[in-house]
Ligand binder design. Structure first.
Ligand SMILES: *[C@@H]1O[C@H](CO)[C@@H](O)[C@H](O)[C@H]1NC(C)=O
Ligand SMILES: *[C@@H]1O[C@H](CO)[C@@H](O)[C@H](O)[C@H]1NC(C)=O
Length: 248
């Protein structure tokens, strides 16, 4: 207040007429309100973005980011729309998938590392339905795309745990994949996605809790969480690796 009062005194000397003084006072007040409004908007936006989009990638172990999400050395021969009908390409691709893109971390000396080990059906009723349809089939092979953390709402954990199934868990979100690595699932794991085209590709992935998805970098989402680059495998290739060649 003392600041404004002294301002008014100064103004009073410069602008002699009353109406002139009023006009400039109004302009000054308007200017101050605009500045306050802008500051508030900036704070709101900044608060919004730091609250909603923390740099969650920092939680992920650097080894995981480097191993699965680092394409600084180039994306190799991906995105060249390679013809997988060509046998040579196909063999080379299978070899690469086995070597780089699918791992098996299971340690038979350890048990599952689950947050809720007592649960029988992790997928909110779906497990029972699937088991009924498959007549409690034992020792099958599953492919779960969007495996999340390998426990929460898992469609396949019960099959693996109680009916001896083996399988492949595909999860593109680095945080979810990193959590999945710690669960000691007895299955193959891959931090990739499935290509929407009949060839492998590198795409951008939108991390968005449990609705993460492939993402065009120019999509105008209201706010953009982390969008790491991600390798997408051609589905029949991933599947063939298991069926015909065995995994590393
Ligand atoms: C990605 O890989 C490059 C080259 O191998 C390396 O220099 C860089 O530090 C890596 N980036 C991260 C985030 O690990
Ligand atoms: C999955 O990843 C998202 C980040 O996209 C994170 O917010 C969420 O907590 C993760 N969920 C689990 C169960 O790991």
């Amino acid at each position: 207040m003392p600041f404004i009062v002294s301002c008014l005194r100064v103004c009073g000397c410069i602008f002699k007429s009353r109406s002139e003084r009023k006009l400039y006072l109004a302009i000054a007040l308007f200017g101050i309100s605009v500045i306050i409004l802008i500051l508030q908007l900036m704070m709101l936006f900044y608060g919004f973005s730091t609250q909603k989009v923390p740099d969650e990638l920092e939680e992920v172990k650097p080894q995981i980011l480097n191993r699965w999400y680092n394409f600084t050395n180039g994306i190799g021969w991906y995105n060249n729309k390679i013809q997988l009908s060509d046998t040579k390409n196909w063999q080379r691709y299978l070899k690469e998938i086995r070597k780089y893109w699918i791992i098996r971390r299971f340690d038979s000396k350890k048990s599952y590392n689950l947050k809720n080990p007592q649960i029988k059906d992790y997928s909110m009723g779906q497990t029972n339905v699937i088991q009924e349809i498959l007549k409690n089939k034992k020792n099958g092979f599953f492919v779960e795309c969007g495996a999340y953390d390998g426990e929460t709402r898992s469609n396949t954990l019960a099959l693996e745990r109680y009916l001896g199934w083996d399988g492949l868990l595909i999860e593109a979100d680095p945080i979810n994949f990193s959590n999945m690595m710690d669960k000691n699932r007895n299955a193959y794991l891959t931090a990739t996605c499935l290509s929407t085209k009949p060839y492998p590709s590198v795409n951008t992935f939108l991390m968005a809790k449990n609705i993460g998805r492939l993402h065009n970098p120019h999509d105008s989402d209201e706010y953009l969480p982390n969008t790491p680059d991600i390798a997408c495998s051609y589905f029949s290739a991933v599947f063939s690796v298991h069926r015909f060649n065995g995994c590393p």
